[in-house]
Design a protein around this ligand. Structure first.
Ligand SMILES: Cc1cc2nc3c(=O)[nH]c(=O)nc-3n(C[C@H](O)[C@H](O)[C@H](O)COP(=O)(O)O)c2cc1C
Length: 358
């Protein structure tokens, strides 16, 4: 999924056509994923190339009530050993519960053992990916490919549900279909209904098709139809939430039970705190430069706990660039982070543009 990272950019939420599903004051209720009670319904999505342990811990510290780790391919999970170099993939720490682990694969028979490993690693929810649109996933009959074969998709859900201990929820992530055809829509609802019947505790729906990848709007109208169809089953909406206000707008417009923040959280982990502020009728928190420094520093120090220096640098360079739009000297900061070739250079950018006491 990493090729999606080139598409990370801040875009406005799409204008949708109908009147909102929720009239009057918007009352946000906790989100329930099976036994997992999540105090606030705006959560952090699985983000390949981003939602590693440091990003998740940062998001949790800033108000995200639940996060999901980067998608892992089932075969890869099965090969993972608890070696220092690879343990980061299965890293779960006390302060991040509840946290979801996500699996993607092609063969229903491979999923259960991989799901068991995620459970043993300490993930509280096992999420199944039926949404990834990248060519390698589609070519390998993984992710979004399953939207074209409801029978196999449901066999995966059934096998994972059977394997995961009953007290732990299994959830599913879907796009709204392979494409805009009627067949695709019908497959979508077959998988959605079938997954709930098999015991899925929540389904996250991204309102783009696989064909769309990240081009064009996520259909909030579709999300609204899905929520109406699903009744009291938990639906989490995804797509085009780039600001705290757009999280609330999605809830109001579609009536979904929760919102999954994806690109909107990359470079703005405060989005969860901001959404909590807005939901409480307060102005949204604006992180000043010193707060930005604190959080970048925190993320770097978390990275050093699990990565070697090379990976700390590549990760923090990427995040530095993503944080830069919040800085008053955006372009200079972005270019300075991009140019840094060592960790000392990265720290020098932090010290120059985010001075202590700023
Ligand atoms: C860089 C990137 C990585 C992603 N990785 C995952 C992933 O690992 N698992 C997943 O279910 N979705 C993944 N997604 C999809 C997002 O969770 C989300 O559904 C999508 O970005 C739409 O939301 P947005 O328009 O608000 O960004 C990824 C998206 C991006 C941009």
């Amino acid at each position: 999924m990493t090729n999606a990272s080139s598409l990370v950019e801040n875009q406005p939420a799409p204008a949708q056509s109908r009147s909102p599903a929720i009239e009057g004051p918007l009352v946000l209720k906790p989100l329930r994923i099976g036994n997992c009670e999540i105090d606030f319904p705006i959560v952090q999505a699985a983000l390949s190339g981003y939602s590693d342990w440091p990003m998740r811990v940062v998001a949790r510290s800033l108000g995200a009530p639940y996060t999901i780790a980067e998608v892992l391919i089932d075969k890869f999970v099965l090969e993972l050993k608890q070696r220092h170099k690879t343990r980061r993939h299965l890293m779960v720490s006390d302060e991040e519960h509840p946290v979801g682990g996500q699996l993607m694969g092609s063969d229903p028979e491979q999923f259960p053992a991989a799901a068991r490993k995620l459970v043993e690693a300490g993930f509280d929810v096992i999420d199944i990916n039926f949404g990834c649109p990248v060519n390698t996933a589609m070519g390998g009959c993984r992710g979004g490919y399953h939207l074209s074969q409801p029978k196999i998709a449901l066999e995966i859900v059934a096998r994972v549900r059977d394997e995961v201990p009953p007290h732990l929820p299994v959830s599913v992530k879907m796009r709204r279909g392979i494409d805009d055809s009627e067949e695709s829509r019908s497959n979508f609802f077959q998988i959605l209904d079938g997954a709930f019947d098999l015991g899925a505790a929540a389904i996250t729906v991204h309102g783009r098709t696989v064909k769309q990848k990240y081009v064009g709007a996520s259909s909030w109208d579709f999300l609204r139809d899905v929520k109406q169809h699903a009744g009291d089953k938990m639906i989490i909406g995804s797509g085009d939430v780039f600001t705290a206000q757009s999280c609330l707008d999605m809830m109001r417009y579609t009536g979904v039970d929760g919102v999954s923040v994806a690109r909107g959280a990359i470079g703005n982990p405060w989005i969860f705190r901001q959404a909590r502020d807005l939901a409480a009728g307060q102005p949204a928190f604006v992180p000043d430069v010193s707060e930005q420094r604190r959080v970048l520093g925190m993320q770097r120090s978390l990275c050093t706990e699990i990565y070697d220096d090379r990976r700390v640098l590549s990760t923090m360079r990427k995040f530095g660039i993503k944080f830069a739009p919040l800085h008053p000297s955006y372009e200079q900061v972005r270019n300075a982070f991009a140019a840094g070739k060592t960790l000392d250079a990265w720290q020098a950018v932090l010290d120059e543009y985010y001075p202590i006491g700023s």
